[in-house]
Write a protein that binds this ligand. Structure first.
Ligand code: 16G
Length: 241
């Protein structure tokens, strides 16, 4: 299990071994893993080495610690491809999960300056501000704030945005969606975000801003979202040109 002659650091070998056991379902989601003492005996290494491996796996989001209780196997992160313009509802469907939303805000406001520029509409033109918590199998994954031009979607209502916005635009409005520009940055959860996402204050958050256009090039949404970094990882295939 642990090869002391290997050039690979021992803590790294233990990390890989624990990951393998999680993959084989020897340790299942939410299971408590053996104590540092037990693991140091199993692998015949020092407790410090075991602690290093566990700390790395906690930082990676594979394990989580509960004060006074132990260390547990975290839920597997959702792997979100960076290529492909998909909706939250579609993303969940692909994974066999059920998407749902809680509507926090649905209002018509005068577009803030940055939003009117990005939507290419007049300054202070009416826009819908829609704030939703997005759930996967009833667990909170992200908070999303959408701004949509009110003139483009005059009959939008709360019922529609409780379902899939992209499906409404494409299937009901028959407006194919074309492309989006997306930015991702690292932030931490403030008190409000932490409460809504059911995570501790200051947890890592992936902050995403998406500007999307219809197939004819008309911008239709500006979305600012906060995704739980403990539940999401973004993946892409890249090519050397
Ligand atoms: C995704 C998009 C968001 C879009 C929403 C539509 C990101 C970061 N954001 O969450 O821009 O408005 O899907 O989802 O991916 P819906 O069709 O389920 O309402």
């Amino acid at each position: 299990m642990v090869d002391k002659q290997s050039p690979l650091p021992i803590y790294y070998q233990i990390e890989e071994e624990l990951k393998q056991r999680i993959k084989n379902k020897e340790f299942k989601t939410y299971d408590m893993i053996p104590s540092e003492r037990e693991l140091s005996e199993t692998f015949d290494v020092s407790r410090m080495t075991v602690r290093q491996a566990i700390t790395n796996l906690v930082n990676e989001g594979v394990l989580y610690r509960e004060k006074g209780r132990g260390t547990f196997v975290a839920e597997e992160k959702i792997e979100q491809p960076l290529q492909g313009l998909t909706s939250f509802t579609e993303d969940m469907k692909t994974r066999g999960m059920e998407a749902s939303s809680k509507l926090l805000t649905f209002e018509k406001v005068n577009a803030p300056l940055d939003i009117s520029r990005k939507l290419e509409i007049k300054e202070e033109a009416p826009v819908y501000k829609i704030q939703r918590i997005r759930y996967a199998d009833k667990k909170p994954m992200a908070i999303e704030t959408n701004f949509l031009s009110a003139a483009m979607f005059p009959e939008l209502d709360e019922q529609i945005v409780l379902g899939s916005l992209y499906s409404y635009i494409e299937k009901m409005k028959k407006q194919p969606i074309g492309k989006a520009h997306q930015m991702i940055e690292a932030t931490t959860a403030d008190e409000n975000q932490a409460a809504l996402l059911d995570i501790p204050v200051d947890s890592a958050i992936l902050s995403i801003e998406r500007h999307s256009c219809l197939a004819d090039g008309t911008p239709f949404e500006v979305v600012k979202s906060s995704y739980r970094a403990d539940r999401y990882k973004f993946i892409s295939d890249i090519y050397r040109t």
